[in-house]
Design a protein around this ligand. Structure first.
Ligand code: ADP
Ligand code: MN
Ligand code: MN
Length: 171
């Protein structure tokens, strides 16, 4: 299957700036932003609720079924913290956004996350859980994995520039 435009997964711990980055990328290109957590909420693609963290536990199969037809034609930026359920044949590039511990802490506090949820996410960033997941899922594939710092506006601009270049030269 060939696509004229790439599908790009933008992943990372909650608070690294995925949605901010994807909105800017979609505005600067003809790519469409798929905010998966919003789709999960709106289409109720979950069967369980995590009481401790007060969030849904998305259903991988339901999310997969919802995303596949959208990704098939290409030209999507997928905005999600998890990558394990995405078929590699549907993706061309994976961007993992990274931030310093103090940056993430500040951003999640501003979001009024409960302390336990702040701590859990900061730990996930320290242990590079998203990056490890991506490496594990895509290690046997040709898909490029770009780990990019995202603490500042300047870093976001630099990351946007590189991903736009990838999109422009995609064939
Ligand atoms: P995510 O979608 O990964 O949870 P968001 O895009 O919602 O993250 O960003 C979380 C917060 O961090 C927002 O307040 C956003 O304005 C800020 N932010 C995101 N990226 C950057 C950046 N590169 N530099 C400075 N602030 C950023
Ligand atoms: Mn988001
Ligand atoms: Mn496959």
């Amino acid at each position: 299957m060939s696509r004229s435009k790439p599908n790009i997964l933008v992943t990372g711990t909650p608070g690294v700036g995925k949605t901010t980055f994807c909105e800017a990328l979609a505005a600067a290109t003809s790519l469409d932003h798929l905010e998966v957590s919003k789709i999960v909420r709106e289409k109720r693609l979950y069967r369980e609720w995590d009481d401790e963290l007060d969030c849904s536990i998305f259903d991988e199969e339901m999310v997969q079924d919802a995303l596949e037809p959208l990704l098939e034609p290409g030209g999507c930026v997928v905005d999600f913290h998890s990558s394990s359920f995405l078929d590699e044949s549907l993706l061309d590039l994976v961007v993992v956004l990274r931030v310093d511990t103090s940056t993430l802490y500040d951003r999640l506090e501003k979001r009024h996350y409960p302390e336990s949820k702040v701590k859990q996410n900061v730990e996930a960033e320290i242990f590079q859980s998203c990056l490890d997941e991506v490496r594990e899922v895509f290690e046997e594939t040709d898909i490029q994995i770009w780990e990019m710092p995202h603490d500042t506006e300047e870093q976001m601009e630099a990351a946007l520039e590189r991903v736009q270049e990838f999109t422009r030269t995609f064939a």
